[in-house]
Every structure is written in structure tokens, then in C-alpha cells.
Design a protein around this ligand. Structure first.
Ligand code: C5P
Length: 477
């Protein structure tokens, strides 16, 4: 049963533990996962500690391996805070790091792990960490228990939730505990929520570029194709310029916005789920009111993409600096990284879509083989985009690549039309038990395994997918 009071009690206790370490001037390391939610989550805790003049370093990293925890121990920090990292490794952490750690998370964990005192995870309180609260949200609850003035950090919690695509309510709104955090953010004057067209860069980019940059929804023929967007909009009679200056979507009248939707519908109507896709064009916009209108930080979703870009290109520190408040060098650098990241992502996607050999179709799943093409840190971003493409709908989607350590890394996504009972996080946790690590959410999960275990891994996946499609349910195995 959902138990928010117990969550608040634990957040208070974890906040007190961190507070105590700060007072004792302990050397703290905060480890955050490399996606937007992980970076936002780590940054919220960092900011809360900074405000108490504590000593800390932040490190942004890909999923944890056992040997990483051993290495961390050798580095001799006094206290370890894991943000959106380490789910499934609670027992090993306890064994290796003793009581010198806490883990703040929202990934699914086993009953055993729920019982570990060092863990604060939404699932311990029956709160859906896939849809209703992010790791950044969990960090925010801890931080606001450390000091109520941390209410302004609610905006970062919203960025984390949007980064994890938790905007799954009506009109792409945030729901559950996220909705309460939205209220805090509005109360603190840092957030405005409105309804509008959802194109990426609606306040910052020329209209055709905004549409070309939009991957949710994925618009076949337009996503990733600026020239085609320009031609479509021009022939629909939409005025894209004011004198010599390109206009943005935010500047358009309601009538002009209507014309844009009409011009795009033909590209969407080829899809069986066209009505849903058209609906995805309009929804809640989360505007960070205190950010400059001309930066990618103004729109919560774009802020999240920028953090993802930083984390997934090995520049997590830039993302953290931005979250901590640097609006000079770090922001400039972040914008540059973002532009490059979008370009690279688009290239990956176009290459995959243009090479049938990279798409291997199974009875219940699709395997996209990114070996030798996709950087391991980019896997999640690519699988998220591919999972929105109509022709991949109906089957579980896996994207794989070979890592720098010669492991095989997987990113998995549910697509539209998959069985509601399918829980990819549990499947990945089970399949990676063969010397690997894995887990995640029901809709989005990942794993990393040594290559010699590939067949065992694929067998578990195939078996579980068959079972779920035959109507059986999952639990932790
Ligand atoms: O990397 P990707 O975006 O595909 O990850 C999807 C989800 O699965 C994320 O929440 C991530 O933290 C989780 N994951 C995990 N263990 C892994 C890889 C990913 O729990 N080894």
C-alpha cells in the first residue's frame, strides 16, 4: 500500500545522516547515473550539502559494476551517496562499504533490498518509480527534509522526471508525487505550466529546425530532416520569418500553430497509431521561469536533453556545474555539447534506419545491433528514439553494442502495443545474473554482460517474453 508518510520519515532520517556527515566534515562522494535524472538527482544532493558548507565531490558514471564498488572503497572516502545507481547491489554495497553509504533511487528493487536501511527508494513505499517519481524527485524529498529553503531545487526534480519521460499523464503532464513537486516549484516561483505545441526548441529555434529536432513523437520524413521541414512549412504558407529573423514556435498565433499541425498530420497519418501521435504534439510545457529565454534551460524537457547530452558524452561534470548554477562557461559548453550530441544521435538513427542488417527480428522482440557503431553511453538515448518509431511498434525493443571493456551492453524499451504485463526491468535483472548487471523500469531497462554469457542472456529474454505473451506474470526471480 502506498505510504507517503513512511517515505517522508525515511527521507528525514537519510537527510539527518547526510547532515551529520557534513557537520563532521567528512569527505563525501556523490555518484550519479549519467542520464538527466541521475545528474539532476546528484546535483540536488550536492547543492543541499554545498548550502551547509559540506565537503564533497560529484562523479557521474554509467551503471555500477561490482569491481567499481571495490575501487571506490580503495579511494577512501568517508561517505558514499549513490544517486540513481546501484539498484540490485544493496547487499554487496553493505558488505563492501559497511554503513558508509546511502542510495537514493526509483528503480525496481527486490523485497530483500527494500529492507536495507541505507536505501531510500520509492518502491519501498509502493510508489511507482517509473511514472510518479524520479531519482531527482527522491533526492528533492531528502533535500527538502534537510532544509525547507531547498524548495527551489524542485525545478531540478522536474527536469529529472521529464528526462526519464515521466510526463505520462493526460496531455503529457507529470503525475503522482511529481505533481506535488510541480506545486512546490510553482510556489517557489521557478516554474510555469502551460499547454502548447511540444516541438523541441519552441522558444529558441527557427520553426523548421524545432520540428526537425523533435524525436517525441518521431515524425517520419521530418524528424532529423531540416530541409524537408522547411519545404513542408513553406508550401503550407506558414510565414517562418519576421524580416530577416527566423521566428520561433512560441511567437506564433493560435491560427498559425493550427496550420503547422495541419501541415504535419499527413506525415503522421501513415501510422496505425496516428491519432495518438497527433495528440503527442500538444501538451504541458514546463517553463523554468528564472532561466534565460534564449537558452536550452528555459524549457524543462530541453534542460533534460542538455543534461543527457552532457552525461552521455562523458561530460557529466558540465551538467552538474549547470545544475549547481554556472550560467557562464558551463552553460556555453553545455549548449555546444548538446548541438553535437543531437547531430550524432541523428546520424546513428539514420544509419540504423538505412541498414536492414542492423535490425534482427524475433518472435516477440527486435534486436538492433549497434556493434561497432553506437557508443555505449548513447544506447539509452537511441533506444528511446527508436521505440517511438511506428514500424518498431508491437515488440520489445533491444539495442545492443560492444563496450570499451568488451562487454555487451543492452538498452531495452517497451513499444506501443506490447503486453501491459511485460516488465523489462525484471527481465533484465534476471537475465544479467550471469556475471552481469542489469535492471531498470518496466518500460525502460538495461543490462551489461560478458560476451560469453550472451546465449544464456538471450535465452532468459526469449523465455520470459514468450511467457508474458502467453499470459504469465513476472516477479523477481
Ligand atoms: O541506459 P538506458 O536508458 O537504456 O537505461 C534504462 C533504465 O535501465 C535506466 O533507468 C537505467 O538506470 C536502468 N539500467 C539499469 N542497469 C543497467 C542499465 C540500465 O538499471 N545495467
Amino acid at each position: 500500500m502506498v505510504n507517503v508518510n513512511e517515505l517522508l520519515n525515511r527521507a528525514k532520517r537519510i537527510g539527518e545522516v547526510i547532515d551529520q556527515k557534513v557537520k563532521e566534515k567528512k569527505n563525501i562522494i556523490i555518484l550519479g547515473h549519467l542520464d538527466a535524472d541521475g545528474i539532476a538527482s546528484a546535483s540536488i544532493i550536492a547543492k543541499a550539502i554545498l548550502r551547509k558548507n559540506g565537503r564533497f565531490v560529484v562523479r557521474i558514471t554509467n551503471s555500477l559494476k561490482l569491481k567499481t564498488i571495490y575501487k571506490l572503497k580503495e579511494e577512501d572516502y568517508d561517505f558514499y551517496i549513490f544517486c540513481e545507481l546501484g539498484a540490485g547491489m544493496g547487499r554487496q554495497m553493505k558488505e563492501i562499504l559497511d554503513d558508509k553509504w546511502v542510495a537514493i533511487d526509483h528503480h525496481q528493487i527486490s523485497e530483500d533490498e527494500k529492507g536495507i536501511d541505507n536505501v531510500i527508494n520509492s518502491w519501498q513505499f509502493a510508489i511507482d518509480g517509473t511514472r510518479e517519481i524520479s531519482a531527482a524527485g527522491m533526492s528533492y524529498i531528502v533535500a527538502s527534509n534537510m532544509d525547507k529553503n531547498n524548495i527551489d531545487l524542485s525545478c531540478l526534480a522536474i527536469v529529472g522526471a521529464l528526462g526519464d519521460k515521466q510526463d505520462q499523464g493526460e496531455g503529457r503532464s507529470l503525475i503522482g508525487l511529481n505533481e506535488i513537486i510541480v506545486k512546490d516549484a510553482m510556489e517557489s516561483g521557478c516554474l510555469r505550466v502551460t499547454k502548447d505545441l511540444m516541438f523541441y526548441g519552441r522558444e529558441t529555434k527557427p520553426i523548421h529546425e524545432a520540428i526537425a529536432s523533435t524525436t517525441t513523437p518521431f515524425i517520419p520524413g521530418l524528424t532529423g530532416n531540416r530541409d524537408s521541414c522547411l519545404a513542408t512549412l513553406t508550401s503550407a504558407g506558414i510565414r517562418l520569418k519576421e524580416g530577416a529573423r527566423w521566428k520561433t514556435i512560441a511567437e506564433l498565433s493560435e491560427e498559425e500553430k493550427g496550420k503547422i499541425v495541419e501541415a504535419i498530420i499527413p506525415y503522421l497519418t501513415l501510422a496505425p497509431s496516428a491519432t495518438d501521435k497527433v495528440k503527442e504534439l500538444i501538451g504541458n510545457i514546463y517553463t523554468l521561469e528564472k532561466e534565460d529565454e534564449h537558452t536550452s534551460l528555459r524549457d524543462g524537457r530541453e534542460f533534460a536533453t542538455l543534461l543527457n547530452a552532457c552525461g552521455r558524452t562523458g561530460n557529466g561534470g558540465v551538467g552538474v556545474s549547470i545544475c549547481l548554477g554556472d550560467r557562464d562557461f558551463a552553460l556555453q559548453e553545455g549548449e555546444r555539447i548538446l548541438a553535437e550530441y543531437k547531430y550524432t544521435l541523428n546520424n546513428y538513427v539514420q544509419t540504423i534506419l538505412g541498414d536492414e542488417k542492423r535490425v534482427v527480428e524475433g518472435r516477440w522482440h527486435l534486436m538492433i545491433v549497434g556493434d561497432g557503431l553506437i557508443d555505449e553511453k548513447m544506447l539509452g538515448a537511441i533506444s528511446s528514439i527508436l521505440s517511438g518509431i511506428t514500424k518498431f511498434e508491437g515488440k520489445a525493443l533491444f539495442v545492443r553494442t560492444i563496450t570499451n571493456d568488451n562487454d555487451i551492453s543492452f538498452s531495452a524499451r517497451k513499444t506501443k502495443g506490447c503486453s501491459p504485463a511485460l516488465n523489462l526491468g525484471l527481465i533484465m535483472a534476471e537475465a544479467s545474473k550471469f556475471d552481469g548487471v542489469g535492471g531498470g523500469h518496466d518500460v525502460a531497462a538495461g543490462a551489461r554482460i560478458p560476451p560469453q554469457r550472451l546465449n544464456d542472456f538471450l535465452k532468459v529474454i526469449e523465455d520470459r517474453l514468450r511467457e508474458v505473451n502467453e499470459g504469465k506474470r513476472f516477479t523477481f526471480r
